[in-house]
Design a protein around this ligand. Structure first.
Ligand code: SAM
Length: 329
């Protein structure tokens, strides 16, 4: 197995692939301010192209793939894509990030196609708020999807909750209580400045405040750090079946241990979520690049990976060109 490393001796073994920029929800912090600019159909990577660049990624040293978007379960044939990806020799893990709307229907098929785990994004447990945040009345569908994912063994189901002032920070305790009864990993995430709106400062809730609120439910014990927990610091409440995690990209960035590259839906390798630097892999692929040349593109991307980002909770005004749904969150 080859090792892909960057110039700061970080091992790069994780690729997140956005397979579509289309989404069936309109989360108010994700949709770019001023509206979405959709990538044209011709620019979107076909499944055959995704498989080809993922095979090259694994040869370069990537061992973990995560499928994301947009909403990946909106793209037709996603189960078949998962089957093709999970069959790549040398791949150790295939996971997926979804809003959960189509999970009830697709969880069994995804598991059979080789997906090992899912992360589900859910920012509220209240139907009215769900509609306010996402634009749709689909909370019960998402909750059923989460149960189904757990039932079919896509375990542990990780619930990603972006905390926002005045929108859902008063639900932190409710989300934490969910882990008492259910084996989910609920991960509270700091809002990142992605959609170009100037409201970030007023919506931002620092991780310390999230921890304080969870402690109102019970004492927190720190769990050992696992590679599969990624940047989340995992804790548990007394007697809980699940875990609580905190992800603080602004208060305590985790660039020093960043092991990721991202592939955008239109075939660009992105070296850091917070950097606009992209390396075209679709162009060379469509021009007939050999597998070795594609492997070299990953090496180039790794070499260009920046040391870290310079944002913190008070310096966030930069707009990162594309919204999360285009980059692949
Ligand atoms: N549609 C899928 C989903 O909902 O999980 C995958 C794509 S979505 C862009 C991936 C994740 O990015 C979601 O968990 C979402 O909450 C997160 N996200 C989007 N914009 C964000 C922001 N400004 N700050 C923090 N997280 C954000």
């Amino acid at each position: 197995m080859n090792i892909l490393a960057d110039t700061f001796s970080r091992k790069i073994n994780y690729l997140r692939i956005s397979i579509t920029d289309h989404c069936n929800l309109n989360c108010l912090y994700c949709v770019p301010f001023g509206g979405r600019v959709r990538v044209s159909h011709a620019e979107i990577f076909s499944y055959e192209e995704i498989v080809r660049v993922c095979e090259a990624a694994v040869l370069a040293g990537i061992s973990k793939l995560r499928i994301t978007g947009g909403e990946p379960l909106m793209r037709k044939g996603v189960v078949e894509l998962c089957r093709m990806l999970s069959g790549i020799q040398g791949l150790e893990s295939l996971t997926l990030t979804t809003n959960g709307v189509r999970l009830r229907e697709l969880a069994p098929q995804l598991r059979d196609a080789g997906v090992q785990r899912v992360n589900v994004s859910l920012d509220t447990l209240r139907p009215e708020r769900f509609r306010k945040i996402t634009g749709y009345n689909l909370l019960s569908q998402v909750l059923t999807g989460i149960s189904m994912a757990e039932e079919v063994g896509l375990h542990p189901v990780k619930i990603n909750t972006v905390v926002m002032r005045g929108l859902n920070e008063d639900e932190i305790e409710d989300f934490a209580r969910l882990t008492l009864e259910e084996p989910y990993h609920v991960r509270f995430i700091e809002l990142m400045p992605f959609n170009g709106s100037s409201e970030h400062q007023s919506l931002f809730v620092p991780v310390e405040e999230m921890v304080k609120r969870v402690k109102r439910v019970g004492d927190l014990s720190l769990e050992p750090a696992l590679e599969s927990s990624g940047p989340a610091r995992l804790c548990s409440l007394p007697g809980a079946k699940g875990k609580v995690g905190f992800i603080a990209p602004l208060s305590y960035h985790f660039c020093g241990s960043c092991n990721r590259l991202r592939l955008t839906a239109d075939g660009k390798l992105r070296t850091c979520l917070f950097s606009e630097q992209e390396i075209d892999i679709k162009g060379p692929l469509r021009a007939g690049a050999s597998t070795e040349e594609l492997v070299d593109t990953y090496r180039l991307a790794a070499m260009r990976k920046p040391h870290g980002h310079h944002l913190n909770s008070t310096h966030v005004e930069k707009y990162f060109g594309r919204g999360m749904q285009a980059i692949g969150g």
